[in-house]
Design a binder for this molecule. Structure first.
Ligand code: AMP
Length: 217
């Protein structure tokens, strides 16, 4: 049976880091709309260019574009078989409603929403030190989880990069958007009785087992 889990929380709460670990521990694929949009960087179409510009400003991509890209991804065989760990989607109430409709078409629904909360100060601190490997996607932090050799990926030696939208002023903008558009989703899912709140102001290793238990519980 496919299982659909939503990872909810502000930028820098650890959704992406935890999702990568949970893939191995649960066998459910990670579906990150941010990663899917970033992968469009190499596409030279007016829509792809517009998306990159909106992302660099920290804005949300319109719901219709985002939902249609997600729907295509959920159609792929790994998701049809195992479901998805949704990382960065939904980010608005209309996206959550669209997700319900999409899953209902195949008799499925969201089973749990894992809500990782952190303060704005912590979000800015984590996100501004974040670096990632452009080749394998592994995520580092310059202070809390640095690579063995400065600015190089431990796994493949590629030069690490910083996301354009991880600059401090853009991070603040993204956090405000999160409060306005995405945070209301916590109540949306709490009312449905599927929200699991997990404090993310703790080391990564402490959080992972709690998430696994919540998914399997
Ligand atoms: P993330 O990697 O989840 O932080 O997403 C990076 C950026 O991609 C966001 O700041 C948005 O510009 C865009 N994005 C990702 N997911 C969504 C979504 N569900 N709705 C709208 N925009 C999104």
């Amino acid at each position: 049976m496919p299982t659909y889990i939503i990872l909810l929380g502000p930028p820098g709460c650890g959704k992406g880091t935890q999702a990568k670990r949970l893939v191995d521990l649960t066998g459910i694929p990670q579906v990150s709309t941010g990663d899917l949009f970033r992968a469009m960087k190499t596409m030279d179409t007016p829509l792809a260019r517009e998306i990159q510009a909106m992302m660099a400003r920290g804005e949300l991509i319109p719901d219709a574009t985002t939902v249609s890209m997600l729907a295509d991804r959920l159609e792929e065989s790994d998701c049809r078989e195992n479901g998805a760990l949704l990382d960065g989607f939904p980010r608005t109430i209309p996206q959550a409603e669209a997700l319900d409709d999409l899953l209902a078409e195949s008799g499925q629904r969201v089973s749990k929403v894992l809500y990782l909360d952190i303060t704005e100060e912590e979000a800015v601190r984590r996100v501004s030190g974040r670096r990632s490997c452009p080749t394998c996607g592994r995520i580092y932090h310059v202070a809390f989880d640095p690579p063995k050799v400065a600015e190089r990926c431990d796994d493949d030696g590629a030069v690490l990069s910083q996301r354009a939208d991880d600059q401090p002023d853009v991070v603040s903008e993204r956090y405000q958007l999160y409060l306005e558009k995405t945070a209301p989703l916590a109540d949306f899912y709490r009312e449905r009785g599927i929200l699991v709140e997990i404090s993310a102001m703790r080391p990564v290793d402490e959080i992972t087992p709690e998430m696994v238990a919540a998914i399997q519980g």
